[in-house]
Design a protein around this ligand. Sequence first.
Ligand code: ZN
Length: 150
Amino acid sequence: MSIDRSTPQLGSLFQELILDHYKRPRNRGELEGANAEAHLNNPTCGDEVRLQLRVVDGVIEDVRFVGDGCSISQSSVSMMTQSIKGKTLDEARALARLFTAMMHGDADAARDKTLGDLRVLAGVSKFPVRVKCALLGWNALDEALKGDVA
Ligand code: ZN
């Protein structure tokens, strides 16, 4: 499997991590007992993500996704599921805000260590068309956590 041609050249660590998550997505599949979910797509690129969460006492106990699309969209959502699992809703929302700020070119957000591996995606902010790909999973998270979640 090769990375799609439209993927920006953003360095080898970026390529490695993206490919790794694209080939072996984490937390992929259906989630039993999900109590929050969202299904979003990014028509510009043809990406699709359905995110399911099981939230218990304000903590994201488990998360799964199914999706289709470019390597950036799918690897970004895979990385996201890893980083939000076990987090409180407030922590997950704070991560989503940081990641979104980073994608909009905020240098302070890009240096914030709480983002962990996700910071590898910072370079995507230079490619506006791909920003939508990288944000798809996070927008789905935002959508899923709207309203009353346990
Ligand atoms: Zn895409």
